[in-house]
Design a protein around this ligand. Structure first.
Ligand SMILES: Nc1ncnc2c1ncn2[C@@H]1O[C@H](COP(=O)(O)OP(=O)(O)OP(=O)(O)O)[C@@H](O)[C@H]1O
Ligand SMILES: [Mg+2]
Length: 270
């Protein structure tokens, strides 16, 4: 990154669990890293975070250790708490969720905000995986985000009701409208509810739709290699790459860089 520029923060959020936040955030991180960007994935699903399992990593330090280090020394660096993921020539960092459930209880919002602020100085992208609640921590991560990827799936009425509540709540936060991107995951999975019905209910069209691809998703979980790296031609991998390109407005980005000296924020909001 050029001096003085700060990294883009992408926060993945949903109002129901098991809609794909971790799978998608791991893949978006991998795709950005594959393209040569410096990327850090932050797993803030404090109690049940599983990014490390998705990536078959065994972190020695986590957000818990970061908070402890910060208590001892206000000048601590979060870079000492990261775990490196490598696959062939692709590398990125993970700031893992705590290894033990009891370590998750007293993680404070301010310490996590400090971590993200430090990380955005060091990385081009900070990708944040969250849990499915409007907790103080998640609200802070929504606030800090450059873009929020709000994920949903169309399966059962409760999931859709939660998506509606979540969508209304996100709107009430009065962010720039272009900051929130509605993403429908697992399109094509068996359901009696149509995408159009959900769009009508939400009064907004999905920004991007990811296909259901059970085989590819389970294989990448089994092998610990995100799909965009392991099976880049799988329809889900293609669609994940497409999501990256759309979020970063790639077509306009090249012109923007030339005109504006390469500001990442300006790229996104063009
Ligand atoms: N597009 C997809 N096609 C098929 N399977 C998928 C797809 N996206 C996610 N999955 C599968 O759905 C399950 C839930 O995904 P994931 O763990 O990413 O959800 P999550 O939103 O992070 O859940 P949680 O809130 O519990 O952390 C996983 O088994 C994952 O492999
Ligand atoms: Mg998850």
């Amino acid at each position: 990154m050029a001096e003085g520029l700060q990294g883009v923060i992408l926060t993945f959020f949903s109002t129901s669990s098991a809609v794909g936040k971790t799978l998608v955030s791991c893949n978006i991180t991998s795709e950005l890293a594959r393209e040569g960007a410096r990327v850090c994935l932050v797993d803030l699903d404090l109690q049940f975070g599983d990014a490390r399992y998705y990536l078959h990593l065994s972190p020695e330090r986590t957000v818990y250790d970061w908070q402890e280090a910060l208590k001892r020394n206000k000048g601590a660096s979060v870079m000492n708490c990261l775990t490196e993921y490598s696959y062939r020539n692709v590398h990125f960092a993970l700031l893992s969720s705590p290894l033990k459930l009891e370590q998750a209880y007293n993680i404070d919002v301010e310490a996590m905000q400090k971590a993200v602020l430090q990380l955005r100085e060091e990385f081009d992208y900070v990708v944040i995986d969250t849990s499915s609640t409007f907790s103080a921590l998640n609200l802070a991560m929504l606030d800090m985000a450059t873009l929020v990827l709000f994920l949903g799936i169309v399966d059962f009425i409760p999931t859709i009701r939660n998506m509606k509540v979540g969508h209304e709540t996100l709107k009430s936060l009065n962010y720039d409208r272009s900051k929130i991107r509605l993403v429908l995951n697992r399109m094509g999975a068996k359901t009696r509810i149509s995408r159009e019905d959900v769009e009508r209910l939400l009064d907004e069209k999905f920004y991007h739709v990811l296909p259901n691809d059970f085989r590819a998703a389970s294989a990448s979980l089994r092998d610990g290699v995100p799909l965009v790296l392991a099976d880049p031609r799988a329809p889900l991998a293609v669609s994940l790459r497409d999501l990256v390109n759309r979020c970063l407005n790639r077509q306009g980005a090249i012109e923007a860089e030339a005109e504006e000296g390469g500001s990442w924020l300006k790229r996104i909001f063009r």
